[in-house]
Ligand binder design. Sequence first.
Ligand SMILES: Nc1ncnc2c1ncn2[C@@H]1O[C@H](COP(=O)(O)OP(=O)(O)OP(=O)(O)O)[C@@H](O)[C@H]1O
Length: 255
Amino acid sequence: MLVIQNLYKQFGSLVAVNDFNLTVKLGETVVLMGPSGCGKSTTIRTINRLVEPSRGRVMLNGANILAMEPDELRDVRKRIGFVFQHFNLIGRLTTLENVMLGLVMGGTDRETAECKATEALTKVGLENHLAHRPDQLSGGQQQRVGIARALAYEPELMLWDEPTASLDPILVREVLVVMEELARYRASTMIVVTHELTFALRVADRIVLMDKGSIVEEGQPSEVFVKPVSDIGRQYQELIEYQMNTQAQSLAGKR
Ligand SMILES: Nc1ncnc2c1ncn2[C@@H]1O[C@H](COP(=O)(O)OP(=O)(O)OP(=O)(O)O)[C@@H](O)[C@H]1O
């Protein structure tokens, strides 16, 4: 279980995350949404201290990540997968080597690392691309390598920071399909920052809406998007209605 208590982050005079509290159950998928600049990325990055929060507690299975010494932090980070918007693959390494690299650097022997990396790449449907280099892959495939890199650690918690944001719409789908499968399989607890409404509607167990650094609303998609209680929630509701109406009208026009 992940328990985030009073998480707070200030950049100079700007409060980016303002007393954020959230409890995430094992295997749950929480989607964090909100307007640009409301603090989603900063929140998710403070969980494993890619960004050092100003104060708060992040308890993963009872241990406070924010109070950990470097050695302990390094160990706990092996149990937390992070998928970024930019895949940051190493161009001269193959797909397999890119996924193996972190494991080997973390002390896993090469044979075990190769086994785990192959298994992770198979989970994301890239078992036939092990020897390819990043420039031989599409953006969607490159992001799937990024996902496999996180999965290879068999993480108990996966943090996703806008994993589809740098992909064109056709490639977005292939990444969302992989994410959806992972969420349904409940292999790990997932916190996903995304603007992908369809994914949020279909896959999230819980939606957390943020505005100006604070949580303004949370609940199941059917609550937040159907009976919103916040302005941000109402804006998403209108957007969903608009998209559904537009699609219905264009379908009707084609008949
Ligand atoms: N390293 C930093 N130094 C100073 N200010 C920062 C830093 N990182 C983020 N901020 C500011 O903190 C606020 C929250 O940023 P954050 O990236 O967390 O928002 P976000 O909701 O993820 O936005 P987006 O959806 O556009 O990615 C913004 O005002 C941003 O400019």
